[in-house]
Design a protein around this ligand. Structure first.
Ligand code: GLA
Length: 745
C-alpha cells in the first residue's frame, strides 16, 4: 500500500511541477494570441489567425522547459514561487545534527556561518541509543491533486465516449441520401477539388448540418434542411461541410478535445478552444466564399436561413466530436461576412506559414536560459560569451590540457558562484578544469530539506554549466553522516524510524535526485565517510538504523536510478593503513555481491607536510589494487597550523592564540607560497606517476577565498589552500603543478 502511495506522491509531484509552469505559460500565450487576433481580425484572413491559434495546441504538447535565446522567455519575469512551487522551496527551519538552521538562508550560506565547533559537530555524528519505530506515510497534497485530476479526466473521458456513442447512433438512425442530393455533393467535391470517400446522410434528429467520423467522414443533414433549402443554398451547405473535411478540422477538433480534457483545470485552454472553434468557422467561411466566387453573397443568406430553421430545435451538442456551428458564433460570422469585403484567397500561403512558424519560435519557448542567469547578477564578469561561462582567462596554461592524457582536473563550485554573487570565479573554470563537483548544493539538507520538497534550482544551473562546457559532471553526495535533516531519521512524533522506513526514504531520495540527472551527471559520490579513523564502520544514524548494509543499498539504488553513472565511495584520511584496509574490504564485499562501484574518492584535505608523499603513493597503489579507480576528490592544502579547541583553548579572546593560529590574515608570505608550491609539486608528481590508477583530481574550490578552510575548524582565519588566489591570479603552486607535468612528459 505504501509503495502505491509513494508512487502516487512522486507522480503527483511530477504532475504539479509540470502543470504550474504550463498553466502560466499557456496563459501568456493565449493572452498574446488574443491580442494578436484582436489587432489582426480586420487586416488578415481567418486562415492566418487560425494558424496562429494552432500554436496553442503545439504548446500543450511541448515540454515547459523549452528555452531559446530568441524567445520571449528571455524577457519574462516569472514569479519563482509559481513556477517552481512544487519542488523548489527554500529549505525550511530545521535541525541538522542538533544545529538549528534558520529558514531563510540556503544550506550553503548557513554552513558558511556555522562556528568551528558546529562544523566539527556536523562532521562527527552524535552517538546515542536509537530506537526503531515505523512512521506512517501520508498522501501529499501533490498526490491528492493527481488523484483528483485522474478522477475528473476519467469522468470527462466517459462523457466523451458517451458523446461518441450518441453521434454514432445519430449516424446509424440516418438514411443514406441518394439521387439528386448525392449528385450535388459530387458537384461540390469537384468545385472544391476534394477526393476520397465522403458519406451523406439525412438525419431525423440532427439540429444543424454537421460532419462526423475521422476516417470515413459523413455529412449529416437534418431532415428539415433538405425540405426547406433551395438547390443553391443546399449546395452551399455541402460546400461548407466539405471545407471542414478538406482542412482536416475533425482531426484538429479531436486533438483539441483530448487536450481540453487533459488540461480541464486550465481556463486559458477553454478560452483558446472557444477561439479556435470560432476562427475555424470563419476560415471555412472564407474557403466557401472563395469557392463560390461571384455567388458568394448567397452564402450569408444561406447561413441565415439555417439559423432561422435551427431555432427551436432541441440542442444536441456534437461540438466535441463533429464540427457543428453554434448559433451565436453563426450570428457573428454572418455579421462579419455582410459587413466585410469578400475574401480573395482562403489558403495559408508559404509566406503566412513562415510567419506563423516564426511567431511560434518566438513565443513557444518560455523558460529563460539558465546559463544566462549569472550574467544578470550584480557582479560584473569579464564575459566574452553570452550563452556560456566561457570568459577570458589570462593564464597561458590550462590544467586540464596539461593533464589531458593522465586524468581529469576538476573544481568544486558553490552556490554563490552559480547564482551570480561570485560569478567571476567561473571565469577560470572552463579553461582550467574539465570536471566540476558541487560543494554543498546536492547534499540532502539543501536539495531535499523537507519530506516531498526538492530544491533543484542550483543543481539545474550546475548541470547546465557542466554540459555547456562539456565537462565531466560529478554528483556529491547522496548519503553522508552529516548535512542530513533530522526529519529523515524521525517519524511525525519525533521517534526514530525503522530500518524499512529509512531504506524507503533513502531509495526515494536517491531515485529522485540521481534520476533527475540521469545521463547528465556522470559520476556520483554515493556514500561519504562511513569508515572511522580506527578503520571501524562509523556509528552513523544510517548504520545504526539500517545496519551495515546501508552502503550496499545506497549503491544499489544509485545504480537503479542511473545504470550508466559511475559510482564512488568517498572518504577523508584515506592514507592511514586501517582506513585503507577497511575501504579495500568494503570494495571487495560490494564487488562480491555484484554491486557496481567504480572508484574510491580520497578527499585529500591535506597539510603542508602531512601526509607524506610516500604514504599517499602507497594509498593510491593499495586502493587501486581493489580493482577500482582512485579519485583525488577534494584536494586542498592548508598552510595554517592545526587548531583543536579542546587542547588549544579558546581563541576568540586571546590575541596571542589568534596570531599563532591565524598567522597570515592579510597575505601569504613568499616563503610560505614557495612551500605550498613545493608541496603541490610533490603531490602532483605522485599523481602523475600513478596516472594510470587515477581518473580525476578535483580541487575543493576554485580560489582561496572560497575555501571551507577559512571557516574550519575555526571561523575567521585566512587560508591559502588552492592554486588561484582571491583575485583569481594563479599562484606559484599553480606553476609548480604545471611544471611537474611538463617535467614528466
Ligand atoms: C568533506 C565533504 C565535503 C565537504 C568538505 C568540507 O570533505 O565530502 O562535502 O563537506 O568536507 O567542505
Amino acid at each position: 500500500m505504501s509503495n502505491v502511495l509513494e508512487l502516487i506522491n512522486s507522480a503527483g509531484k511530477g504532475f504539479v511541477e509540470f502543470a504550474w509552469p504550463m498553466l502560466w505559460q499557456s496563459g501568456m500565450l493565449v493572452v498574446i494570441l488574443l491580442a494578436a487576433d484582436y489587432i489582426l481580425r480586420r487586416k488578415v484572413g481567418a486562415v492566418f489567425r487560425y494558424g496562429l491559434w494552432m500554436l496553442v495546441i503545439v504548446k500543450l504538447v511541448l515540454p515547459t522547459s523549452l528555452s531559446s535565446p530568441v524567445s520571449i522567455g528571455q524577457f519574462m519575469i516569472v514569479p519563482a514561487g509559481l513556477v517552481k512551487l512544487a519542488s523548489h522551496g527554500k529549505p525550511q527551519a530545521g535541525n541538522i545534527s542538533g544545529i538549528r538552521l534558520s529558514s531563510d538562508a540556503t544550506a550553503e550560506s548557513q554552513l558558511n556561518t556555522l562556528s568551528a565547533e558546529q562544523l566539527a559537530l556536523l562532521k562527527r555524528p552524535v552517538s546515542s541509543l536509537i530506537q526503531s519505530n515505523e512512521s506512517s506515510e501520508i498522501l501529499t497534497w501533490q498526490g491528492g491533486v493527481l488523484l483528483l485530476w485522474l478522477i475528473v479526466v476519467g469522468a470527462m473521458l466517459l462523457l466523451l465516449m458517451q458523446r461518441v456513442m450518441f453521434v454514432r447512433g445519430l449516424v446509424r438512425q440516418s438514411k443514406e441520401a441518394g439521387g439528386e442530393i448525392r449528385d450535388t455533393l459530387e458537384d461540390c467535391r469537384k468545385t472544391m477539388s476534394i477526393g476520397g470517400c465522403v458519406g451523406l446522410k439525412e438525419s431525423p434528429n440532427a439540429t444543424s448540418p454537421a460532419v462526423c467520423g475521422l476516417f470515413r467522414p459523413v455529412i449529416l443533414l437534418p431532415r428539415w434542411l433538405t425540405a426547406n433549402l433551395d438547390a443553391g443554398q443546399f449546395k452551399i451547405v455541402l460546400m461548407h461541410e466539405l471545407a471542414h473535411i478538406r482542412r482536416s478540422d475533425l482531426w484538429v477538433n479531436l486533438v483539441q478535445t483530448l487536450l481540453q480534457i487533459v488540461y480541464f483545470y486550465n481556463p486559458f485552454i477553454w478560452l483558446a478552444n472557444w477561439m479556435i472553434r470560432r476562427v475555424r468557422e470563419q476560415a471555412v467561411d472564407e474557403a466557401v466564399q472563395v469557392a463560390l466566387g461571384e455567388k458568394s453573397p448567397h452564402y450569408p443568406e444561406t447561413l441565415l436561413n439555417i439559423a432561422r430553421f435551427a431555432f427551436g430545435q432541441p440542442v444536441l451538442s456534437m461540438r466535441s466530436i463533429g464540427v457543428v456551428e453554434s448559433r451565436s458564433a453563426l450570428a457573428g460570422r454572418i455579421k462579419k461576412m455582410l459587413n466585410g469585403p469578400a475574401p480573395k484567397n482562403a489558403k495559408l500561403n508559404l509566406h503566412g506559414a513562415l510567419v506563423v512558424i516564426l511567431i511560434g519560435l518566438l513565443t513557444l519557448p518560455m523558460t529563460r536560459s539558465i546559463a544566462e542567469e549569472p550574467m544578470r547578477s550584480t557582479v560584473t564578469c569579464k564575459a566574452t560569451s553570452k550563452s556560456t561561462y566561457l570568459i577570458a582567462d589570462s593564464n597561458q596554461y590550462s590544467l586540464k590540457d596539461i593533464f589531458k592524457n593522465d586524468f581529469r582536473v576538476g573544481a568544486a563550485l558553490n552556490c554563490y558562484q552559480l547564482s551570480g554573487k561570485d560569478a567571476n570565479d567561473l571565469s577560470v573554470v572552463p579553461s582550467q578544469f574539465n570536471s566540476i563537483t558541487p560543494e554543498h548544493f546536492l547534499k540532502w539538507s539543501y536539495v531535499h530539506p523537507e519530506p516531498g520538497k526538492y530544491n533543484f534550482d542550483m543543481a539545474d544551473s550546475y548541470v547546465t554549466l557542466g554540459e555547456k562546457n562539456k565537462m565531466f559532471i560529478v554528483g556529491h553526495v547522496l548519503i553522508a553522516p552529516y548535512q542530513i535533516p533530522d526529519w529523515v531519521f524521525q517519524d511525525d512524533t519525533g521517534k526514530t524510524v525503522s530500518r524499512e522506513v529509512l531504506l524507503k526514504r533513502m531509495r526515494e531520495h536517491i531515485l529522485t535526485v540521481v534520476g533527475r540527472y540521469k545521463g547528465r551527471i556522470n559520476g556520483w559520490d554515493v556514500v561519504n565517510e562511513a569508515v572511522g579513523n580506527d578503520g571501524q564502520m562509523l556509528e552513523t544514524k544510517w548504520c545504526k538504523i539500517i545496519g551495515r548494509d546501508y552502503i550496499q543499498k545506497a549503491f544499489e539504488y544509485a545504480h537503479e536510478a542511473d545504470p550508466n553513472a559511475e559510482l564512488y565511495y568517498n572518504d577523508y584520511n584515506v592514507w592511514s593503513k586501517k582506513d585503507i584496509d577497511s575501504i579495500v574490504r568494503l570494495v571487495g564485499i560490494l564487488k562480491a555481491k555484484g554491486v557496481r562501484i567504480d572508484g574510491i574518492g580520497m578527499q585529500a584535505h591535506w597539510g603542508l607536510y602531512s601526509p607524506s608523499p610516500d604514504a599517499i603513493e602507497s594509498s593510491i597503489v593499495a586502493l587501486s589494487q581493489s580493482g577500482v579507480k582512485v579519485i583525488i576528490s577534494e584536494i586542498d592544502v592548508s598552510v595554517l597550523p592545526c587548531y583543536d579547541s579542546s587542547t588549544d583553548g579558546d581563541i576568540k579572546n586571546d590575541p596571542a592564540l589568534q596570531k599563532k593560529f591565524n598567522p597570515y590574515p592579510d597575505t601569504l608570505p613568499a616563503e610560505v607560497q614557495e612551500k605550498l608550491a613545493k608541496r603541490y609539486g610533490e603531490l602532483f608528481a605522485v599523481f602523475h606517476k600513478h596516472a594510470d590508477k587515477i581518473s580525476r583530481v578535483t580541487f575543493w574550490g576554485v580560489q582561496d577565498g572560497q575555501s571551507w578552510l577559512n571557516r574550519w575548524p575555526i571561523e575567521g582565519r585566512a587560508d591559502y589552500p588552492l592554486l588561484f588566489d582571491r583575485n583569481l591570479k594563479s599562484k606559484p603552486a599553480y606553476y609548480a603543478v604545471i611544471k611537474t607535468a611538463q617535467n614528466n612528459q
